[in-house]
Design a protein around this ligand. Structure first.
Ligand SMILES: Cc1ncc(COP(=O)(O)O)c(C=O)c1O
Length: 486
């Protein structure tokens, strides 16, 4: 990409606006319901407008010091209270607003780890379907992951296996409500009970379900229980920037008590400057996202959240039903929420379907196989997507037909075996370049070249062991994030 400005000549306001629009032209649409991952669209213009206004108006405030900006403290405590109410938080619970699901998870893991200083090599027990943010937390915080296979049919965690994996080094047990990859709720009740029996904390990751599932309970009384009402649940994460339909940058982490939260609070007086006092990983933090979240949550209100949740859920079920009439495609799991996970038979592959959907104006997310779980297509339903659920079903059918006509992408065996001979733990620059070339991502002069159709690249990644996949992706992001020198 060529630089848009040499930074010497100031740009006029109109030039800045035009340049921003131009850069944005290749982004996925955030509104309109055609992007079924990454973004959440309520379809309510007034909610978007009030969120944008609050975001702009509070963007320069600083959450670093709650006594300097008491408005932010007030809004944070209020949102924590609203969230606590949604998930049956007990008296005396405490919480924080973070920048997103990953930060909430990092802090839950940190709090668990540091509550057990005597455990030298801490572990956490995760279903294999737990979000990758737990692996990031493990990596950052030196906590070993003990992965536990899930039920191959339902894709739900297996409570007995989870219980059996707990030992005297376990500091945290995790369950999802629902899991991102398959959209199913883990059996939290027995998992949390097993954690409590062992005296171990249990975190429920409701980052994506926290603002949907509570609103569906009235119409779906058989929803698996997953809140603090399950004995032994010690913390829950729920993101506002997902199904609360707020601008990006806010999640809530709740703890069953203030004491459980204490080990992720941080103060430092070990320098001559201001006393640093933080509840989250950020120190200076814009009050914009928090104010926007407060504005949107209160503008939409409980009744309309319930309607939005039911709208998205109905569309999810409708598409799940339509999939049974699409030859080659099936559900990877019965959806418990507003996420769909689809898989193919041998006549085609999810990567080609994803490309085909993109040509029809839909972004659906390909997910690689992992352990004995097949590659899948992920669809997150926003309320705005629900408006076009008939069209998405027709386009999914047409895309699958096209993928079946093309046949599954084949990955040359030589390519997989050449890549398989590489040791991902000792990669240098030339090896990275070689890997990227193998994957068909190398352009001229060491630049990256993204093909129009990603299926061949995704199919190769899918065929590689996860450690090598990770290495290739690191090489990719490393090359992608270098400034242009032209
Ligand atoms: C279940 C779950 N947990 C955690 C996360 C991570 O959230 P974020 O991307 O806001 O960091 C996600 C994101 O999709 C999620 O679905």
């Amino acid at each position: 990409m060529t630089p848009l400005s040499n930074h010497q000549d100031p740009m006029r306001v109109e030039q800045v606006r035009a340049a921003l629009e131009k850069m944005r032209a290749h982004d996925l649409p955030t509104h309109g319901g055609r992007t079924l991952a990454y973004v959440y669209d309520s379809g309510l213009e007034s909610a978007d407008a009030v969120g944008r206004e609050a975001l702009a108006s509070f963007c320069s405030t600083n959450g670093l010091d709650p006594t300097a900006f008491p408005s932010l403290l007030q809004m944070e405590n209020d949102l924590v209270a609203v969230a606590g109410n949604l998930v049956d938080a007990p008296d005396g619970f405490a919480g924080v607003a973070t920048s997103g699901g990953t930060e909430s998870i990092l802090l839950a893991v940190l709090a668990a780890r540091d509550s057990q200083p005597a455990i030298g090599a801490p572990r956490m027990v995760l279903p294999t379907t737990a979000h990758a943010a737990f692996h990031k937390a493990a990596h950052y915080l030196g906590v070993e992951v003990v992965p536990v296979a899930v039920d191959p049919q339902t894709k739900r965690a297996l409570p007995e296996a989870m219980a059996a994996a707990i030992d005297d080094r376990t500091v945290l047990v995790v369950a999802s409500a629902p899991s991102y990859a398959h959209g199913v709720i883990d059996p939290v009740k027995p998992i949390a009970a097993a954690a409590a029996a062992a005296g171990v904390r249990c975190h429920v990751d409701a980052c994506i379900g926290g603002w949907v599932l509570p609103y569906l309970r009235a119409s779906e009384p058989h929803q698996l229980p997953w809140t603090f009402a399950c004995e032994g649940v010690t913390s829950i994460s729920l993101d506002l920037h997902k199904y609360a339909y707020t601008p990006k940058g806010v999640s809530i982490l709740l703890h069953a008590s203030a004491e459980l939260r204490r080990t992720h609070l941080f103060a430092s007086a070990a320098w001559p400057g201001y006393t640093m006092l933080n509840t989250t990983t950020q120190s200076t933090k814009s009050g914009g996202p928090l104010a926007a979240a407060w504005a949107v949550v209160h503008h939409i209100g409980a009744e309309r959240y319930a309607e939005l949740a039911r709208t998205a859920r109905t569309a999810t079920i409708e598409l799940a039903t339509a999939v049974s009439d699409i030859p080659g495609l099936s559900l990877a799991a019965q959806p418990d929420s507003t996420l769909l996970s689809l898989m193919t038979d041998d006549s085609c592959d999810v990567f080609t379907i994803s490309d085909e959907m993109l040509t029809r104006g839909w972004f659906v997310q390909p997910q690689m196989r992992f352990a004995d779980l097949p590659a899948t297509l992920h669809l997150t339903f926003s309320a705005a997507t629900a408006r076009s659920s008939g069209q998405i079903a027709r386009d999914l059918a047409a895309s699958t037909t096209a993928a079946r006509t093309a046949g599954p992408v084949t990955v040359p065996v030589e390519l997989v075996s050449a890549a398989g001979g590489i040791d991902p733990s000792s990669l240098d620059e030339p090896t990275f370049d070689g890997l990227l070339a193998l994957a068909g991502l190398a352009g001229e002069g060491g630049q990256l070249a993204l093909p129009d159709r990603m299926a061949p690249v995704n199919a190769l990644l899918d065929a590689l062991p996860p450690a090598l996949r990770e290495a290739l992706l690191i090489g990719f992001i490393d090359r992608l994030t270098r400034p242009s020198t032209t």
